[in-house]
Design a binder for this molecule. Structure first.
Ligand SMILES: Cc1ncc(COP(=O)(O)O)c(C=O)c1O
Length: 356
């Protein structure tokens, strides 16, 4: 059987959740499990995240899957509902909505009594400069005042555009958030994703919303997971399926982009972009074998890659780590001009999945 396997380490996931608890001991944790738990597989991750206070998802379908699997924790729909008729399911499955435009407020008000009877909070989104979702100042203050007057329990929420860097917009976003918070007291508040959990302990407030850090990848370009004391949850591996001795001047792979500079031994590995392994290759990329980094050479095909094993003893069947504890997903992402988030989320259905 072709070996292209995603291993999920539930102990690592629990370790990372504990790291959130250590960093934000006074906040409730809304674990972001959207996009199939960042590509890790929702079922296994929910089980490992049992100690979380709540879950965050991008849409109703993702929330319903969590309920179908039997989890009763609060769930926040971080983009709210997409149409009035979704409110029926929101009530039926006890989901908490973000509201970021006025129609959503009207849809919510139409279900006011049922929503409030279930003790569900409404998350009101501030657009503090990212210009993705949310109400700007001063409109948000009117929205919150109206919802409060109607008897809703509100959470003021926003999202940083640059929590991973020192961008000047951070200060504006922070000041606007604090301004609205002050104008609407008493109110629950939430503004920290993974990067902000590390950078802004003073902004942890009532709920933190970690995503990438739970999965043991780094939200920062300049800090790896070891420095952040996180453990990679996913190991993506494949195995050697062929060995080739090639001579100086011979080509490897599609487009013949790689030319051997000397006689060498190369191995073909059962992984390709059809599995979700990236093909961009903007910088030298590596896999790991027995904790040693091995160069990827030539183009990534749909089902295979070539690696240079001239300095290593390997054979057909030798296991190759594409990313995991030795070759970090963030480093593979960097070599391919993307971010760990994307590589994790865009794995295809083809690799087998195993729980460690
Ligand atoms: C509203 C919101 N909160 C929290 C997160 C989690 O972010 P991260 O994975 O960077 O921790 C996201 C992710 O996109 C988000 O959209």
């Amino acid at each position: 059987m072709r070996q292209a396997t995603v291993y999920i380490d539930s102990t690592a996931l629990q370790y990372n959740l504990n790291r959130v608890k250590q960093l934000a001991p006074n906040s409730k944790i809304v674990s972001m499990v959207k996009a199939n738990a960042y590509g890790h597989g929702i079922k296994d991750c929910l089980n490992a995240l049992e100690a979380t206070d709540a879950f965050g998802v991008a849409c109703l379908e993702e929330a319903l899957e969590i309920r179908r699997l039997g989890y009763l924790q609060p769930i926040t729909l971080i983009e709210g509902v997409f149409s009035a008729d979704e409110m029926t399911q929101v009530i039926q499955h006890q989901l908490e909505c973000v509201v970021h435009h006025t129609q959503q407020v009207e849809w919510l008000l139409a279900h006011k009594d049922q929503y409030q009877a279930l003790d569900l909070k409404v998350w009101v989104k501030l657009n503090s400069g990212m210009n993705r979702l949310g109400f700007k100042i001063p409109e948000i203050i009117n929205v919150i005042q109206r919802l409060k007057a109607e008897g809703f329990s509100c959470v003021l929420t926003m999202h940083f555009a640059n929590a991973d860097t020192d961008h000047p917009l951070n200060e504006q976003q922070k000041m606007q958030f604090l301004q609205v918070k002050q104008a609407c007291e008493p109110i629950l508040t939430s503004c920290c994703n993974s990067a902000a959990i590390y950078r802004y302990p003073e902004l942890h407030f009532d709920f933190v919303r970690p995503g990438i850090m739970l999965y043991g990848a780094s939200p920062f370009a300049d800090k790896n997971v070891e420095a952040l004391d996180l453990k990679p949850v996913m190991t993506f591996s494949a195995e050697i399926i062929a060995l080739n001795q090639i001579q100086q001047g011979e080509y490897v792979g599609y487009g013949s982009t790689y030319v051997a500079t000397q006689d060498m031994t190369i191995a073909i590995v059962s992984i390709g972009y059809g599995d979700g392994y990236p093909r961009a290759y903007i910088k030298p990329n590596f896999v790991a074998i027995h904790d040693q980094l091995i160069p990827v050479i030539g183009r990534v095909s749909m089902d295979m890659i070539a690696i240079d094993i001239s300095n290593l003893n390997a054979e057909i069947g030798t296991k190759v780590e594409l990313w995991g504890n030795t070759r970090l997903v963030d480093d593979v992402a960097e070599a391919n001009g993307t971010i760990g988030y994307e590589l994790l989320c865009r794995l295809s259905q083809r690799p087998q999945r195993r729980l460690n």
